[in-house]
Design a protein around this ligand. Structure first.
Ligand code: ADE
Length: 219
């Protein structure tokens, strides 16, 4: 992973699911400072945009040098950008099947287009909103992919039930003790011990929730 703000990424990958996956050697994450590959005395990695306009553009040379410093088996090269292909669980599954991934975090107003064309790099967006840079999106990609690495999540079954495990369907609602909280009762069927009935209730509740929260998926 290449970034001009390595500190944004270093702490999060040490915690929780990612930290555990790394400790158990199910995942390896290398965070590199793009400035290592800058070629001038100011360690600059950006420059003004051709054609004018506000904001700086990440230069191609340091990015090419950085990515090319990796083994040829660097895997797919992803450039995090709001102008990319939108990340969905189907793409996460595809990426989880790869041995190596190289992530380049965009910044400022953009990245020289020749990075996309020449490396080549695939632009990936985590959604239709604009963040300050690709660091948080890179973490999103890594965490979503890591969950699918065998052994990372206790029960393999828990991804089968995830929202989006089934295309166009969100996860069903969940409840734990107490059975009644502030006057709100857990649906009786979930406490009945009737597994068939529980399964039917969950399917219907997932369908209702999808319809309510994501009518675009419910189709
Ligand atoms: N950089 C800034 N916004 C982004 C987004 N939504 N997805 C990926 N990278 C980004």
């Amino acid at each position: 992973m290449f970034t001009i703000f390595p500190a944004i990424l270093e702490a999060p990958v040490r915690e929780s699911l990612l930290g555990r996956a790394i400790a158990e050697r199910l995942l390896e994450v290398r965070i590199h400072d793009l400035r290592t590959w800058s070629t001038d005395h100011h360690r600059s990695v950006d420059d003004e945009a051709y054609g004018g306009g506000p904001g700086m553009v990440l230069k191609p040379e340091p990015i090419f040098a950085a990515v090319e410093s990796l083994d040829p088996d660097r895997g797919r090269v992803l450039l995090l950008s709001p102008a990319g292909r939108r990340l969905e669980q189907s793409l996460v599954r595809e990426l989880a099947g790869e041995e190596h991934l190289t992530l380049v975090c965009g910044r400022y107003e953009g990245v020289d287009e020749r990075v996309i064309e020449g490396l080549p790099a695939e632009e990936v967006s985590i959604g239709d909103y604009v963040l300050a840079g690709g660091e948080v999106p890179a973490l999103v990609v890594i965490e979503a992919v890591t969950r699918l690495i065998p052994g990372v999540i206790g029960k393999e079954e828990s991804h089968e039930r995830d929202s989006f495990a089934e295309p166009g369907m969100l996860d069903h609602p969940h409840f734990t003790r107490p059975a009644v909280f502030r006057g709100m009762a857990v649906p009786e069927v979930l406490r009945s011990g009737d597994h068939g009935a529980v399964e039917r209730w969950r399917r219907e509740a997932a369908r209702e929730k999808t319809f309510r929260n994501r009518p675009d998926l419910a189709g």
